[in-house]
Ligand binder design. Structure first.
Ligand SMILES: [Zn+2]
Length: 271
């Protein structure tokens, strides 16, 4: 176990190209690097190649929050095989981090270096996957960072009212079995901890909801994607801390904000 006061060292830039590789897609232009733990997992459970990605992005679950509320995340551990500690992008704000997660580029390269949500002008996973013939759905609460910075790509957008509707739509799409890649964004913990603090009762409930929602998605994949090898992720963007005036916040160069854990699994096809 890493000392919680230390910074993680493995940069989030490594993820994007790896996700492309395992589904047989070209990478976006700036995505170098690799996550060897993912390659090894996919090698062991799916002979090195999957044909589906189900990417779940719960906002603001810092590593220390996961460790403090370990018992809340049983579904995450049930359906995933490896845990990878990352140092997220700086500043640890939602659009900055998600831009790095799905371009593989540093903020200075992708261009989002503060809390703003312009349409990304660089090559992204949502360009590279369709170029390689992959059909992609992005399911999110409307108006949030993910759909805004990744707008104008040749993918399908499902923009919903709030997290519950996002999950319902994602379950529908999994059942229809039309998409190669589904990205699912949820935000309740980020909302609740900003309104209160990172360990408040309502923020804790939001964490429980992330775990429940992830379990629903996984159960649905197990049932409906039996002919596919599916790579799944539980991948937050950044962490969180409590300010001196008491509210939840993030954006500082401190381990509580910068250290995140990602969880990856493979649900192999049923013979
Ligand atoms: Zn965020």
């Amino acid at each position: 176990m890493v000392n919680p006061m230390d910074f993680n060292t493995f940069p989030l830039t490594n993820l994007c190209g790896t996700l492309c590789d395992i589904i047989g897609s070209e990478r976006p232009r700036n995505a170098t690097g690799d996550v060897p733990q993912i390659k090894k997992l996919v090698e062991e459970k799916a002979n090195g190649r999957v044909d589906r990605l189900l990417l779940y992005n719960p906002d603001a679950v810092g590593q220390w929050i996961y460790e403090k509320y370990y018992d809340f995340f049983d579904n995450v551990r049930t359906y995933t095989d490896v845990t990878v500690p990352f140092l997220t992008a700086f500043p640890p704000k939602t659009p900055v981090c998600f831009a790095t997660m799905y371009t593989g580029a540093e903020p200075a390269v992708h261009g989002i270096q503060k809390y703003e949500k312009p349409v990304l002008q660089v090559d992204t996973i949502f360009d590279a996957l369709p170029r390689s013939g992959k059909k992609v759905a992005l399911v999110s609460v409307a108006g949030q960072s993910m759909p805004k910075i990744y707008a104008e790509r040749p993918i399908d957008y499902y923009l919903m009212k709030y997290d519950g509707e996002v999950i319902e739509k994602a379950l529908e799409l999994i059942q229809e079995d039309e998409y190669d890649v589904i990205e699912v964004y949820n935000q309740e913990y980020d909302d609740k901890m900003h309104r209160s603090w990172p360990t408040s009762p309502m923020a804790q409930n939001a964490l429980r909801h992330y775990n429940e929602s992830f379990g629903k998605l996984m159960h649905c994949v197990e049932k409906n994607w039996q002919n596919h090898d599916t790579f799944v992720s539980f991948s937050p963007d950044h962490g969180v801390h409590r300010t001196f005036y008491g509210l939840g916040q993030h954006g500082k160069n401190i381990p509580k904000d910068m250290n995140i854990l990602h969880f990856y699994g493979v649900l192999p096809h049923k013979a």
